[in-house]
Design a protein around this ligand. Structure first.
Ligand code: GYE
Length: 349
């Protein structure tokens, strides 16, 4: 338990450190390796030596979470020179305008493929039309775009966020039934991810679809922690002040959950298996699964970040002129104390 909390502190502290650094030193520090626990590859425009390589411009939306770090590494591990790729990687730091800039620069460099994880769903038509006009296939990963014309992208690889939200609701139904509390008044708070992102929209909607069948479930407040531990902690601290009687926390990613857990500890509020506030989290990164095992998180709804191999598979098919699907949804599990130990060792992120 102590070891886990040290890790949690490390994650939250890392973020505080980032904020201080950014305030002091401005955006230049973003490229400093290690600060974000991920490697940023900004490669120079390719030259003739690279002629045989497939040039892929990747616009990653940010480095806000442990999940995102795993997602980035999965892409970088798949699109290597050995595998025949020249990767141009850009981190948009959770800002749509940075992603639009990156995509425009990929277009002007005439890359072979554009891969991008959109921070929010709306506002992509113009830049996607520019890519289409330039004849560059666009592979969308992780979150989705909201466009009327689906010819603006080639394919999408991601997770079913609405289903994840429903799984959270169904777990709570089952849990309350097992505890004989299905008729009790249940006070719920929701820590949402980045508003307008597929993960937030889907998880919010999916959970609400189940919640609305239960008149005794009361969602006291839903507020965004932007998928980061530091904001999750701050928002939870406010909720704990406003609502003295919270029964359930639904936190839309593990990083926010870890922040919220710190806030509960500081406020002296008990949580988890033997505590007052039952904790529902999403992602299932290794550190959070350890907390499931320790009874600090009741359930973790998996979201699978290992998407790099799909990108490679799709590009290979496109290169050979083979047909591909319009969408690929990756597989996901639900972890509780009952099944988590068999997955812990194999978890690399
Ligand atoms: O759950 C969260 C990340 O879009 C599915 O984004 C992804 C979400 C993931 O920051 O941790």
């Amino acid at each position: 338990m102590k070891r886990i909390m040290e890790k949690v502190k490390e994650i939250i502290f890392g973020h505080v450190g980032i904020c201080i650094l950014l305030l002091c030193a401005g955006p230049f520090l973003f490229i400093s390796h290690g600060i974000f626990r991920e490697i940023e590859i900004e490669q120079a425009p390719f030259d003739s030596d690279e002629e045989d390589l497939i040039v892929v411009g990747v616009s990653q939306l940010g480095s806000e979470s442990g999940w995102r770090t795993a997602h980035t590494l999965s892409i970088q591990d798949a699109l290597t020179k050995d595998a025949g790729y020249f990767l141009i990687f850009n981190n948009a730091r959770q800002r749509q305008e940075n992603q639009i800039k990156a995509i425009r620069s990929f277009i002007s460099q005439r890359v072979d493929y554009i891969v991008f994880a959109p921070v929010i769903e709306s506002g992509w038509e113009t830049v996607l039309q520019e890519a289409k006009d330039a004849g560059i296939p666009v592979i969308i990963i992780d979150r989705m775009v909201d466009v009327d014309d689906d010819s603006l992208y080639t394919t999408w690889i991601g997770t079913d966020a609405r289903n994840e939200g429903q799984k959270a609701g169904r777990w709570l139904e089952r849990y309350l039934r097992t505890e004989g509390r299905q008729s009790d008044e249940i006070n719920i708070v929701v820590l949402q991810g980045t508003i307008g992102s597929t993960a937030e929209i889907g998880r919010t909607r999916g959970f609400e679809e189940i919640a609305k069948n239960h008149e005794n479930w009361h969602i006291l407040e839903s507020a965004t922690g932007d998928f980061t531990a530091i904001k999750g902690k701050e928002v939870m601290r406010g909720m704990l002040r406003r609502y003295p009687d919270i029964d359930v926390l639904v936190s839309q990613n593990d990083d926010m959950t870890m922040g919220a857990i710190e806030a509960m500890q500081e406020a002296g509020v008990s949580f988890g298996e033997h505590g007052k506030v039952k904790v529902i989290s999403f992602d299932a990164i290794h550190d959070a699964l350890e907390m499931v095992d320790a009874g600090m998180i009741n359930v973790d709804i998996e979201c699978n970040p290992v998407q790099g191999a799909y990108i490679d598979m799709i590009i290979r098919k496109l290169e050979k002129g083979e047909p591909i699907e319009k969408s690929y949804v990756v597989e996901e599990n639900v972890f509780t104390k009952d099944n988590v130990s068999e997955f812990l060792d194999g978890r690399t992120y």
